[in-house]
Design a protein around this ligand. Structure first.
Ligand SMILES: [Zn+2]
Length: 368
């Protein structure tokens, strides 16, 4: 795999004209959202018949059936993701339903979080250097960092995440992009009343996990920023779905997924009611990896879990024709995302820099 192949794939995306790409794009701002480890199976088919009433996965037998079950998968998915299927799929584009052969995959073969986020943020599947979830500063530059280096976007890029590794994935210390993640509070001299309350609640309500906070904190910190600091480029990474799945709690996994759908609605409605963002913002939603499909393997992911490299992508915005659910065969990759975002902004991707990173990864230069 080399940079030319990656570029060819990105051009393929453009040539299929599913995202419009030209110098006359309307997109001025981008909001990227990720839902950690949320399977395409739930997105496109709703609650899984194998798991929805399994006593090992659900605290109270039968408790999910009224809210999440229906024999028709198209009804089920609307129960789980009412905003995705009611609005995004009507006004935007939804990729990844493998029933139609519309495949979205990671190019990395590791199928866990840091490699997935590195790929979708940097456009490089770096299976050589990014091989763990350790808190190591990312050697690859993300599209967020490329944008933050440009005068038009400098200090207008912000990131919020549930997982405490995001400051390293985005390489906060090198990129200068503020990353509010893990249990970091809102910082600054002029905090809103809501931010002060969130800071206090985050101390008091720890949640079940050491390294991932509950999504409500990530969401509301980001919403305060969206309303008052108005970043031009916002990255928002929810984390609950993956951790509930690792815990084997299918009920909590579904409830978090549905809550995230409501968060997406709130983000989009806020964007479309704010003159700064309205009709000039593209929102993209995706995932860092998939999961397994059996009663055991759905809880996990990784190179040894078949299917865990299968992902999905949703887009909505002024340059995205309302094609809805993509029902044609095709192959897309997480690594296309940064080039797609640059295209939407009417910018050329810094291929030279990306290519030099590739050479370094492949050991073709001694640039240390
Ligand atoms: Zn993950």
């Amino acid at each position: 795999m080399n940079s030319f192949k990656l570029l060819a794939i990105a051009l393929l995306l453009f040539s299929q004209d599913l995202f419009a790409q030209s110098k006359t794009t309307k997109t001025e701002h981008v909001v990227l959202v990720t839902l950690d480890g949320l399977r395409w199976q739930e997105l496109f088919r709703g609650a899984d018949s194998l798991l929805v009433d399994d006593t090992g996965m659900v605290a109270s037998s039968g408790s999910l059936l009224d809210e999440f079950w229906h024999a028709d998968p198209n009804v089920r998915r609307e129960k789980l993701f009412p905003f995705v299927w009611g609005t995004l799929a009507q006004q935007g584009q939804v990729y990844g339903n493998r029933s139609f052969g519309a495949k979205v995959d990671t190019q990395n073969k590791l199928w866990f979080s840091y490699p997935g986020y590195n790929e979708l943020l940097s456009g490089i599947a770096d299976d050589i250097r990014i091989r763990s979830n350790d808190k190591v500063p990312n050697p690859n530059m993300t599209f967020l960092e490329y944008l933050n280096e440009m005068p038009a976007y400098r200090n207008k890029v912000m990131a919020f995440g549930g997982w405490d590794v995001f400051p390293f994935i985005i390489n906060e210390s090198r990129s200068g992009i503020p990353v509010n993640a893990g249990f970091i509070p809102a910082e600054g001299t002029f905090l809103s009343e809501k931010e002060k309350l969130l800071n206090r609640l985050q101390e008091e309500i720890r949640g079940p996990w050491e390294s991932v906070r509950l999504d409500a904190f990530t969401h509301h910190y980001a919403m305060e920023a969206l309303r008052y600091q108005k970043p031009s480029i916002l990255y928002l990474a929810y984390g609950e779905t993956d951790d509930w799945a690792h815990d084997g709690k299918y009920d909590e996994y579904l409830k978090s997924a549905r809550q995230t759908d409501a968060y997406l609605k709130e983000i989009w409605e806020t964007i479309q009611s704010d003159p700064y963002y309205q009709n000039k913002t593209t929102m993209l939603i995706t995932v860092d990896h998939g999961r397994g499909t059996t009663k055991t393997s759905w809880k996990s992911h990784g190179a040894d879990v078949p299917g865990a490299g299968q992902v999905w992508l949703i887009a909505i915005g002024p340059d995205t024709p309302p094609l809805g659910e993509i029902e044609v065969e095709g192959q897309w990759y997480s690594a296309m995302l940064p080039r797609t975002i640059f295209g939407l902004l009417g910018l050329d991707y810094p291929e030279k820099k990306a290519a030099s990173e590739w050479k370094e990864i492949l050991g073709l230069t001694n640039s240390k």
